[in-house]
Design a binder for this molecule. Sequence first.
Ligand SMILES: O=C([O-])C(=O)C[C@H](O)[C@@H](O)C(=O)[O-]
Ligand SMILES: [Mg+2]
Length: 432
Amino acid sequence: MTQDLTISEVRLTPVLVADPPLLNTQGVHQPYTPRLIVEVVTADGITGVGETYGDTKYLDLAAPLADALPGCRVSDVNGLHRLADLVCGDSPEATGADAVDVGGLRGVQTADKLRLSVVSGFEVACLDALGKALGLPVHALLGGKVRDAVDYSAYLFYRWAEHPGGAGESDDWGAAVDPAGIVAQARRFSREYGFASFKLKGGVFEPDEEIAAVRALAEAFPGQPLRLDPNGAWSVETSLRVAEELGDVLEYMEDPASGTERMVQVAAGTEVPLATNMCVTTFAEIPEAFARGAVQVVLCDHHYWGGLRNTRELAAICRTFGVGLSMHSNTHLGISLAAMTHVAAVVPNLDYACDSHYPWQTEDVITERLDFKDGCLAVSDLPGLGVELDRRRLAFLHRRWLDDDGTMRDRDDAAAMRVAEPGRTSPPVPRW
Ligand SMILES: O=C([O-])C(=O)C[C@H](O)[C@@H](O)C(=O)[O-]
Ligand SMILES: [Mg+2]
């Protein structure tokens, strides 16, 4: 039976999702964080879902793309990219090549990067619809899985017990602001999810405190892979000192210093592999970074790289140049986790357990939350992504977005920190 794969409708639903008070070098997560849910509907009535960032600057680019897409086919993903180049233009907030985004966690932000992040949500929705139409899982559309389960790592955060003034939703994780707190958090991740490798989000406290936390993890989990990621908060000298102190226990050090130039200098002085989701987040940034040996591991992220197919292409480039591949994560819901798992399943050289914030997100827009077993997610063989939208939950989280006065609609960890510490300014780079 031939299918009509023409897109007849595109729906964009911004939502606000509960986020715990996780600390990073910029500040603290807001009580709620914005995400955008993308639905594409084919002429045959098949709906595909995707998810991406939901801040205003992303919504500004998503709206014209949603308007232009009806009439295209869900199978024409190359056409989707061409269309985005044509209609998205630059968000008023898209900044020049020297700017760092407001979160300060993503490296240099350009209009190109914003557009690719928007396209990623649409691409995933198209592939979900195409898979459903053909009765094939998304991994089959990407060439077929090379593994049945994808390994994830525990994403440890320094955190407070609750948001300032008790805002937002509460949870029972408690505070983690010292080595004992981080080890307790890691033990719970290991017990409840079976994660066997651990990444600590650093850049929060003085480097010596974070060194002590990683040492405590190494003692609690001997021989298990550990990572530390201060999001570029350290100088070259500090980075080299941390590498010297923790070289025997770190699997890799993630973005110790900010920018390719500093990463080159750090890499020249240590044997500890350097990973990044900050200085290499587009194809244009690869040649210099690889030629100069700035990074030994790239953290792919289909939102950053413009979708699942681009992520696969990134993997091929990394393989060619002998650079390792891991996976980055930002606050996300189950749709993105399903997409991450499909692409991770088809990339032969995914050498490390993937990051995921998912355990920190207790709210979702899918009917059945994805379940980590022994630190892994099983790769779904159901048609499309293998997840189903929960319309009631979607409406609830959208209502929260509608009701918000604008404070939460754009993620700003520094602003959230100022609620706790009025007058606090953004830290200098490098901070230590
Ligand atoms: O460098 C990273 O892995 C990230 O930026 C991931 C997240 O954005 C994390 O830092 C956060 O949400 O605080
Ligand atoms: Mg990182």
